[in-house]
Design a protein around this ligand. Structure first.
Ligand code: HEM
Length: 408
């Protein structure tokens, strides 16, 4: 029995559970949809209807400072700044103001304009993979570097004067500091990576102030709503966060898209022959493959009951994206990867005021990655699942390498 509930305890903090998250989530949805995770001191919410409504429930906040175990990061550190001034910390009014100004560059039309840049970057990494034999780590050689290169092309940060590998490494190290349950060492490394990354952003912002170009930073500096505009510091901080937020997620998304298709050769061959199927394939990948045994963090700002469980003010809740996306009440036969499904109302990008600002860009990149991969993945290529490497972050198992056998 769990200390907080009378529910039977379901072993979720084990390697087996982390590697087969959807089986565990199925059990949780059926037997204990508001599950107390003793080891992590948090609630795991696994049904679609709960996840959806809790994303916008006023009894919860995404602000980490509301957590009973919150430890204030060191003064002057970036994590202190983000906790106090980031998009989840500022007032609703300030959040809406910043989003209005920021989102202007990332609308579907804005992303359409970037299509050429995205395709150019993807083609650059796809070219060396054509005709390759043997084992290729598709993360290292394809999906990991692309989001950074895309975002650097779009924002104007980096460019030819910056070492792309270093840039990619910094973005990845920075985002790891945002994951829950990471060690002090990882957080310290994230801190220094962010400082270096934001230094580049600052340089670009200063350069564009005098002479704007066709890039997102120039657009953001010029963006106005009436008299309102973003300050130089707003642009530096949020673009740096965007560089980090848009890299790891989309790199993982690309890997999930390719490995899921490789695991479903019939679907892959259909997509290879008919590229118009790619956008709906991306939607199904977002439903089928994203999630794992973790979730979006929320913190209770008052006591309340949920399905008979007593949620206490200050407790942490993880809203499980994988749990929601595999809920048969919304997506029949959720364990089947069906590119004709066209899943609606996905929660993979969240919902409500904090809905992902980069969702159009992420979808655009995933479409281009799949399209390019159809020209380099040989028929019969297979993912070597047993040889994949992982990093454990709390309940979540982050994939670090994804070796694929391209044949001999
Ligand atoms: C497949 C890729 C991606 C996934 C699955 C993803 C997922 C999410 C989710 C679930 C949220 C909501 C968080 C919450 O409510 O707590 C979010 C927020 C956010 N995402 Fe993404 N994201 C992706 C790509 C991107 C990209 C490419 C960018 C930027 C270029 C980006 C920028 C952001 C930002 C700035 C927020 C915070 C919005 C706010 O608080 O108002 N994301 N993302």
């Amino acid at each position: 029995m769990s200390a907080q509930t009378d529910a039977p305890s379901i072993m979720i903090d084990s390697e087996a559970a982390r590697r087969n998250p959807f089986e565990v989530l199925e059990r949780l949805r059926e037997e204990d949809p508001v599950h107390w995770v003793e080891e992590m001191d948090c609630w795991l919410i696994s049904r679609y209807s709960d996840v959806r409504s809790l994303f916008t429930d006023p009894r919860l906040s995404p602000d980490r400072r509301k957590w009973a175990h919150y430890v204030r990061p060191a003064e002057k550190s970036i994590f202190r700044w983000i906790d106090d001034h980031g998009l989840v910390a500022v007032s609703r009014k300030e959040h809406a103001r910043q989003r209005k100004l920021f989102a202007s560059g990332l609308t579907p039309r804005g992303v359409e304009r970037m299509d050429g840049q995205i395709r150019e970057v993807v083609a650059r990494f796809a070219q060396p993979l054509k005709g390759r034999k043997g084992v290729v780590d598709i993360m290292e050689e394809f999906t990991t570097p692309i989001p950074n290169a895309v975002i650097s092309a779009i924002t104007g940060v980096g460019g030819s004067d910056v070492d792309e590998d270093r840039f990619s490494q910094l973005a990845q190290e920075t985002i790891q500091g945002f994951f829950g349950f990471v060690s002090d060492e990882i957080r310290d490394r994230a801190e220094s990576a962010y400082v270096e990354l934001s230094g580049w952003v600052r340089g670009t912002v200063r350069a564009r102030k005098g002479s704007p170009r066709e890039d997102l930073i120039s657009d953001l500096l010029a963006a106005r709503h009436g008299e309102d505009k973003l300050t130089e510091d707003d642009v530096i901080a949020q673009v740096s966060i965007m560089l980090a937020a848009g890299s790891e997620t989309t790199a993982t998304g690309g890997m999930l898209a390719l490995s899921t298709l490789l695991d479903h050769p019939e679907a892959l061959e259909r997509v290879r022959k008919d590229r118009s199927l790619i956008p709906q394939t991306v939607s199904e990948v977002l439903r089928y493959a994203f999630g794992g045994l973790s979730g979006m963090q929320r913190f209770a700002v008052e006591d309340f009951d949920l399905h008979g469980r007593k949620i206490r003010k200050g407790q942490q809740l993880l809203l499980s994206i994988g749990g929601a996306s595999h809920d048969p009440a919304v997506y029949p036969h959720p364990e089947q990867f069906d590119i004709d499904r066209n899943p609606k109302d996905l929660l993979t990008f969240g919902i409500g005021p904090h809905f992902c600002m980069g969702s159009n860009l992420a979808r655009g990149e995933l479409v281009c990655m799949i399209d390019a991969a159809m020209d380099f993945l040989p028929v019969g290529a297979t993912v070597l699942h047993e040889e994949k490497e992982f990093q454990t972050l709390g309940l979540f198992e982050r994939v670090v390498t994804c070796p694929v056998d391209f044949g001999s």
